[in-house]
Design a protein around this ligand. Structure first.
Ligand code: EPU
Length: 418
């Protein structure tokens, strides 16, 4: 295992390019199950989660290659409809194959994902949606088994706004007979990206990006060619906070201003300077960080995937910040590690009360999940002295070479054997 070592307190400066979005590419890969042929994508990030999805597609019978950001998926050999426990337990997003396998084969067997470090994470809405589309569902030996002769359209009111739930049902309804309407659909940019790619494949989806999505079923889909994966808004946000924490001046290239609005609004209020560029964002931190309160919400609200990183910033702010987590109420494991660095954080129910301190100190700390690892890296950059973060495999699930990119901006950060 590797650990990341950081000698903190270096100013960050320069340009950095954001990669393709993890949470966009995973459903796009699952979408290839719906056609038979060669699909190609560009700007694909080389992440542990993408590699897990490649393994899963391989097991299902697809041929996949990923090199220099170019991905090739030949789905013509897909002939297996079972996603085994070993893969699903390492990546919950594996459940995204449930919808497309059911749509293509009328059958699927997918290991039921359990809880994880950020909370319980049920998939009842995915299951309810498939049932409304006509599928029979059984839960047997830890697996969800779906079976149907032919999916038909339906009206699906989601009880909660769910990103992969919306995606899974879109991935089923595209090949159903008739029209499906999703109410209270997730509006995240990754859902819009998936709808766009499915439409390129020949689907008929409208309304993506709003909370009502209409899908007119078609009889078949064709492969997609050379689709460029959208930039990762969470990686972009992570660099913004790095600049804010290190009095930095960073030009974040190839990211979309409009995807990071809720975060930008809060950063502006905390005194960070932000400038919209043609294809990126310039972020300049200042010596004084004002505290702000924020609440995580579905898009376009403040993303839960930025909560941990923003908490690191608030640890060094002037004043008191109240952070409320409404998506994953338990997603605060990083607060304990930040406290070990000298931060003052109290948890009250699903809120964290952060009292800003003048300085935090480096310490040996442990990553518990993907975004928590990013928040600890950010804290390490701003801390006095040496921080050692173990279990960084969590970071590699969703950030491509974050340490190298930060090093290129002037951070003293490297990996060592743990
Ligand atoms: N929920 C249910 N029932 C369901 C589905 C969800 O009650 O059937 C609840 C969840 O427990 C949660 C809320 O609905 O309280 C929202 O969860 P959602 O389903 O939207 O989360 P997800 O689809 O499992 C995706 C991202 C997460 C991100 C969340 C929220 C992917 C592959 N994952 O997860 O990303 O935090 O949406 O935006 O898209 C990450 O990248 O670090 C990450 C965890």
């Amino acid at each position: 295992m590797e650990k990341i070592v950081i000698e903190g307190k270096n100013r960050l400066e320069g340009k950095v390019k954001v990669g393709g979005a993890k949470n966009a590419v995973l459903p796009l890969m699952a979408a290839c199950i719906l056609n038979s042929g060669i699909n190609t994508f560009t700007n694909v990030p080389d992440l542990a989660d993408v590699r897990t999805m490649i393994k899963l597609l391989n097991i299902l019978g697809a041929e996949v290659s990923l090199e220099n950001g170019n991905m090739y998926i030949d789905s013509s050999g897909v002939n297996n409809y079972e996603a085994p426990y070993d893969l699903v337990k390492t990546m919950r997003a594996s459940v995204l194959v449930l919808g497309p396998l059911t749509a293509r084969f009328g059958k699927s067997r997918v290991s039921l994902p359990g809880g994880c470090a950020i909370g319980e994470r049920p998939i009842d809405q995915h299951i309810k949606g498939l049932e409304i589309l006509g599928s029979e569902i059984r839960l047997e030996e830890g697996y969800v088994e779906a079976e149907v002769k032919k999916l038909h359209g339906g009206v699906i009111p989601f009880d909660v706004s769910t990103v992969t739930g919306t995606e899974n049902i879109m991935l089923s309804a595209v090949l159903a007979e008739g029209e499906t309407t999703l109410f209270n659909a997730a509006c995240e940019p990754e859902v819009v990206e998936l709808a766009g790619v499915l439409n390129k494949m020949g689907a008929d989806i409208s309304g993506a990006g709003t909370d009502i999505i209409t899908i007119k079923g078609v009889s078949e889909l064709k492969p997609v060619v050379d689709h460029e994966v959208m930039p990762d808004r969470i990686e972009a946000g992570t660099f913004m906070i790095a600049a804010a924490l290190c009095e930095g001046d960073i030009e974040i290239q190839k990211c979309r201003f409009e995807h990071t609005g809720a975060l930008i609004g809060k950063l502006l209020r905390s005194g960070v300077q932000i400038e919209r560029l043609d294809e990126g964002i310039r972020v300049r931190g200042s010596e004084r960080i004002e505290s702000v309160d924020f609440t995580t919400l579905p898009y376009p609200g403040f993303p839960t995937d930025m909560q941990a990183q923003m908490m690191s910033l608030m640890c060094l702010s002037e004043g008191l910040s109240i952070i409320t987590e409404t998506i994953f109420p338990q997603r605060f494991i990083h607060s304990g590690e930040l406290r070990r660095m000298g931060a003052e954080i109290k948890l009250v129910g699903n809120s964290a009360v952060v009292r800003g301190v003048k300085k935090i100190n480096g310490a040996p700390i442990m990553a518990s999940d993907l975004r928590a690892s990013a928040s600890l890296v950010l804290a390490g950059l701003a801390a006095i002295g040496r921080t050692e973060i173990s279990r960084v495999y969590h970071l590699d699930r969703g950030y491509e070479k974050l340490d190298k990119k930060l090093e290129s901006l002037g951070a003293r950060i490297w990996r060592e054997k743990d």
